[in-house]
Design a protein around this ligand. Structure first.
Ligand code: SF4
Length: 502
């Protein structure tokens, strides 16, 4: 009996940017008596189904974007006589769907770290439960990933997690519902040990795969003080102190390490936090800007962000403190108009943002937007390829509509064309080269240009395009750029590196 863990994907690039952490965490959760699991990341290459035998246990992690491919793999694995288990955000939200569509014997809801061993044992005994409640485990129970199972020379960035959960409640995001609003922080020792192991193996670029690395804002502390709530204040202060303790430990790691994470824009009000990030070599952060207008921010329940010129000033604070921003913008909000697209890319240019992503609003399951949209659309009974449009992720990719909420003034095609034009403008060679001045060395600038082009190829051209030929062409391009890119990110292994003392 063998355990297989599969990260499903319809597009394979040969080389990937970030390691899918969950594969290596569940590998660690696989009891040693069952041997090393067989890990398949389809963003590298398609699974070879011949490797699956009757009686094997196949774990497939899905989010909404790869659910359909996951179900295809699940059915094929079941047809070969394997036990099929689904987990991940999408399976947590729709636990019946993997059984109906993906050949699942069992579904794990929530975190798999602790429950996965039990699932395997039940499968081996021939009696898996239909649903396992993995729950939201405490930060000190998060497992160290099995990095010894990483294939060589395939990933540019490794990934380590320091916190799950986010206290915010943005309308388009499911994280605060699936991972909870209470930040579950991992101890500094466990995080630093994992980073050291990765640096020993030659990774110097590491993504902190956190929901929100900055879960306690100065505003939260102030509010607890105003409410005269000493218990809450102490809790928040302890969480904040732990962040600083972690960053202090990270600052004593080798100087060539580069970390990247996600924070809310409120971090710019907290210079002490930004300075600690810079000392810890957290050189970049994804910041959810979403919209450049106050109306747009209201659309997504993100009133804590700024808009217009205040936003430019706020974003520049990150750069001034040595943290480069990957700005994330959403298009297709009800208040968006044709001029919003140009205004957004102009603002991104002016505000010292190093990278940007421009995504189209899709009501994703688990979000407030989805619940509202599903309610509005259920009665309309729109069906594509026999699938209700309210289950859009089950529609074959080629026929899937791209924008699902009718916009008050623009067609879906218009929104898509504007969005593509914004990607094209922001990532034109001229603009990318100008932005690459943030790094000093020629090698660094070259890496910046290549990664910018790769990012655009992987996310804009394969994500926005509806035509499968274009997606396939883009994937090919991306895989050509990805290979030289990977070499630029690799570092000489440091097998003797020691964990800095606490
Ligand atoms: S979008 Fe970011 S800030 Fe908003 S709930 Fe999701 S993780 Fe939290």
């Amino acid at each position: 009996m063998r355990v297989h863990l599969i990260n499903a994907s319809t597009v394979s690039f040969g080389v990937a940017v970030i390691t899918p952490r969950w594969l290596y965490v569940l590998a660690a959760a696989t009891p040693r008596e069952f041997g090393d699991p067989h890990l398949v990341d389809e963003t590298l290459e398609r699974i070879d189904l011949e490797a699956i035998a009757a009686g094997d246990v196949v774990g497939i992690g899905i989010h909404t974007g790869n659910a359909l491919r996951g179900y295809e793999v699940g059915r094929a694995a079941r047809a070969r006589g394997a036990w099929v288990v689904f987990g991940g955000i999408h399976a947590t939200i729709f636990p019946d769907e993997p059984r109906e569509r993906g050949g699942a014997h069992a579904v794990v809801k929530g975190d798999g770290d602790l429950v996965w061993g039990e699932v395997i044992r039940d499968c081996v005994a021939g009696a898996p439960l239909a649903v396992y409640e993995g729950g939201q485990i405490a930060g000190d129970h998060f497992l160290q990933a099995r990095w010894d199972l990483l294939p060589r020379d395939r990933y540019m960035w490794a990934s380590v997690q320091t916190v799950r959960g986010c206290p915010k409640h943005c309308s388009f995001c499911s994280v605060w519902r699936t991972d909870g609003q209470a930040p579950r922080q991992r101890g500094a020792d466990a995080v630093v040990e994992e980073i050291v192991e990765l640096r020993r193996r030659g990774f110097r670029f590491i993504a902190l795969a956190d929901d929100n690395f900055y879960p306690v804002t100065l505003g939260d502390l102030e509010a607890a003080r105003r409410r005269a709530d000493p218990r809450r204040l102490r809790e928040l202060e302890a969480l904040r102190d732990d962040r600083f303790a972690l960053m202090e430990r990270m600052s004593r790691l080798p100087e060539d390490l580069v970390f990247y994470t996600q924070v809310t824009m409120e971090a710019a009000e907290d210079p002490a936090f930004l300075d600690a990030m810079a000392r810890a070599r957290i050189r970049g952060a994804l910041v959810g800007i979403e919209s450049v207008t106050p109306e747009g921010l209201k659309d997504v329940y993100k009133g804590f962000n700024l808009a217009g010129e205040d936003l430019v000033t706020r974003l520049k604070v990150f750069r001034a403190h040595g943290v480069h921003v990957l700005g994330s913008f959403i298009f297709g909000l009800p208040s968006d108009r044709p001029e919003t697209f140009t205004a957004t890319v102009d603002l991104a240019d002016r505000s010292d943002v190093a990278f940007a992503q421009f995504v189209m609003l899709v009501p994703l399951p688990g979000t407030i937007d989805f619940t509202k949209w599903e309610r509005e659309n259920e009665s309309k009974g729109v069906v594509v390829d026999g699938v209700p449009v309210t289950r859009h992720w089950l529609i074959p990719q080629d026929h899937r509509p791209q924008i699902y909420s009718p916009h008050p003034t623009m067609s879906a095609q218009e929104i898509r064309a504007h969005t593509q034009a914004v990607w094209d403008r922001f990532y034109s060679l001229e603009r990318v080269w100008a932005r690459s001045r943030v790094v000093r060395s020629w090698r660094g600038r070259l890496a910046f240009v290549l990664i910018s082009k790769l990012y655009r190829q992987m996310y804009a051209n394969t994500g926005i395009a509806t035509d499968s030929a274009r997606v396939a062409r883009s994937a090919k391009w991306a895989s050509w750029i990805a290979k030289p890119c990977r070499r630029l990110f690799a570092a000489r292994p440091m097998p003797d590196l020691q964990v800095p003392a606490a």
